[in-house]
Design a protein around this ligand. Structure first.
Ligand code: CP
Ligand code: NVA
Length: 312
């Protein structure tokens, strides 16, 4: 495994192995076992946008695995402005053992990977958020035992989080439903690709306009902000269009009684999700956020550890 950029780059077996490893490393950590699998390894964390979960979970993942991490802010690096992406990538490759980057343009993460001689991890781009999808899958598997056959309904903007979620759900045999307003659809290419994954796994993809239609019979209701980072100037327009797509008590009524609610966070409470739901009995928002740490550990170990991490 060279880089971690898109869920689509991995086979079902590779994804399942990584998810199993994440759950194993979580259980170990909960019982006080910290194996220094990444001793002497350092991760550079390059950010063009703000972050809480991605920054802290990657940093803590490296520390709990015996390694270290360096935070590089947008101002100090000036990726693609102060210095070309190709040069930043080649310089960092000489200092650290892996690079995690959060970028505006997906092409930038691909360019970093093209020039890097160390693994590159996508910590979110305008196109996708694969590390988030790994934590989402762990959270669903912990709740229901498996993702196969489960209905995961995403309500809201067809954005980076919606795309990676669709890819992992369809890779693992789940049924992915999305309801979004016209003009905020997911890219055709990503839907087409996921239809292919679903054909192989026994899953499905269904696209709706009405939130109630997507929520009907859901095991998982998922939402994200209506305005992603970089789209701030569109927020007033988006806040006119998206209110019918709020996850609230009424919408939960369409899902299964056992349904859980997920949100990648940060949440804009009162917009895409109500306080009542975010803090209610169906919410798994904080276990999901915690699982970012364990998902990150699995990704890092698969990229950087030379031995067999399943052998204690
Ligand atoms: N979910 C997520 O990626 O959160 P941050 O933007 O805080 O990293
Ligand atoms: N879609 C959001 C996710 C934040 C974790 C964004 O890109 O801003």
């Amino acid at each position: 495994m060279k880089h971690f950029i898109d869920i689509a780059d991995f086979s079902v077996v590779e994804l399942e192995n990584m998810l199993d490893l994440g759950m194993k490393l979580k259980a170990e950590q909960k019982s006080g076992v910290f194996r220094p699998l990444l001793k002497n390894k350092v991760l550079a964390m390059l950010f063009q946008k703000p972050s809480l979960r991605t920054r802290v979970s990657f940093d803590m993942a490296m520390r709990t695995l015996g390694g270290d991490a360096l935070y590089l802010s947008p101002q100090e690096v000036g990726l693609g402005t102060r210095e070309s992406i190709a040069d930043v990538s080649r310089v960092l490759s000489g200092y650290v053992q892996a690079i995690m980057a959060r970028v505006f343009d997906h092409e930038h993460i691909l360019e970093l990977a093209q020039w890097s001689t160390v693994p590159v991890i996508n910590g979110l781009s305008d196109y996708n958020h694969p590390c988030q999808a790994m934590a989402d899958a762990i959270t669903i598997i912990e709740e229901f035992g498996e993702l196969k056959g489960k209905t995961v309904s995403y309500i809201g903007d067809g954005n980076n989080v919606a795309i990676s979620l669709m890819k992992i759900v369809t890779k693992l045999g789940g049924h992915y439903k999305i309801a979004n307003p016209e003009g905020y659809d997911m890219p055709d290419e990503a839907v087409k690709q996921s239809l292919g994954f679903a054909a192989d796994s026994g899953g499905s993809v269904s696209l709706f306009r009405k939130p109630e239609d997507a929520a009907e019979g859901a095991d998982v209701l998922y939402t994200d902000t209506w305005t992603s980072m970089g789209q701030e100037e569109e927020s007033s327009e988006r806040e006119k269009v998206f209110p019918p797509y709020q996850i609230n008590e009424k919408l939960i009524g369409y899902a299964k009684p056992s349904a859980i609610v997920l949100h990648c966070l940060p949440a804009y409470r009162g917009l895409e999700i109500t306080d009542e739901v975010a803090d209610g009995p169906h919410s798994r928002l904080f276990p999901q956020a915690e699982n970012r740490l364990h998902a990150q550990k699995a990704i890092l170990v698969k990229l950087l550890y030379e031995g067999d991490p399943d052998v204690n």
